[in-house]
Design a protein around this ligand. Sequence first.
Ligand code: GH3
Ligand code: MG
Ligand code: MG
Ligand code: MG
Length: 323
Amino acid sequence: ARALTGQQLAIEDAMRAMDTISAQGGKVLIIDTDKRHAERVQGYLSEEHKVDILLEPADAVFQVSGAQYELALVSMSLNDFDPLRVASQIRTVDHSRHLPIILMADDGDKPRVMRALDLGVNDFISRPIERNELKARVRTQVRRHRYAMELRESVNNSIAMAVTDDLTGLYNRRYFDRHLNVLLSKAQEQERNLAVMILDIDHFKSVNDTYGHDVGDVVLKEFSARMKRNIRGVDLACRFGGEEFVVLMPDTDVSNAELVAERVRQAVGEKTFEINGQKLLTVTVSVGVSFNESLSDTAESLIKRADLALYRAKREGRNRVIL
Ligand code: GH3
Ligand code: MG
Ligand code: MG
Ligand code: MG
């Protein structure tokens, strides 16, 4: 057999996880206006699952909003209510968008059930309901749902890990590069401002040399936090590498960019950095800022100009902003 790559192994793991997920303790909601029928179904399932009954379909949205169900069993005969509408209303609740739904149907319901399956209902079971068939169908849907939720979380984590810097939690260089191009072409198309600010901590090597690399790491974290507090939510802050950072500021003109850069510089320099609760050192930062000045500007030319401004800030004595 060929050796598997890391990626293939991760996929194999994820597939195997499906087989190991149990449906035990699944949180099930029965929606049925026939109380006796609902209670019989509840009895079938209650050894394995936690089962609520809702006799009032009008309250379906309210009911699923207040709980984290893993499956809804909806009767096809709900007095005055259209069961398919109830099903789709349940799915309008944010955390129930992917809630599995099984319809409980009589033979005469078949055409509507087929349409419902086309529209995203997961399964149906024919009445009179047979206990073991019901248990098997419920188990399958609960497991599938749990698997999907797990997979979604692990994909989210992988994406977050792929775009962020571990130490500071800021975006990483790769993410930045991709988004600079996107934001710049949008700004150029709509003739809007885009400011770029490059920040480099002054004499950081001597922080490491004097206090050690671990203290240096704490300074990088605290620096990032101070920077984040002084920019907007829409500004994209990234660790460019080492002790160098970059912030993209959409819709920001020259004077606003200078204001922000100056605010960050002061927030970094004015207060002592505490390490393990001890006021230990002060740090300053130099900042270079650039803008999209003409339509021929590219990501490279913007970064280049910000970098040149930063270089001047260093040469002119550090702890300053140059535009
Ligand atoms: P300047 O004012 O000219 O920017 O001087 P500097 O000392 O900050 O610049 P230099 O580029 O010489 O040194 C940067 C230092 O940052 C060297 C490197 O060891 C340190 N560094 C880079 N990444 C990290 C990190 O993740 N953690 C720590 N603790 N130090 C780092
Ligand atoms: Mg340097
Ligand atoms: Mg430096
Ligand atoms: Mg540097």
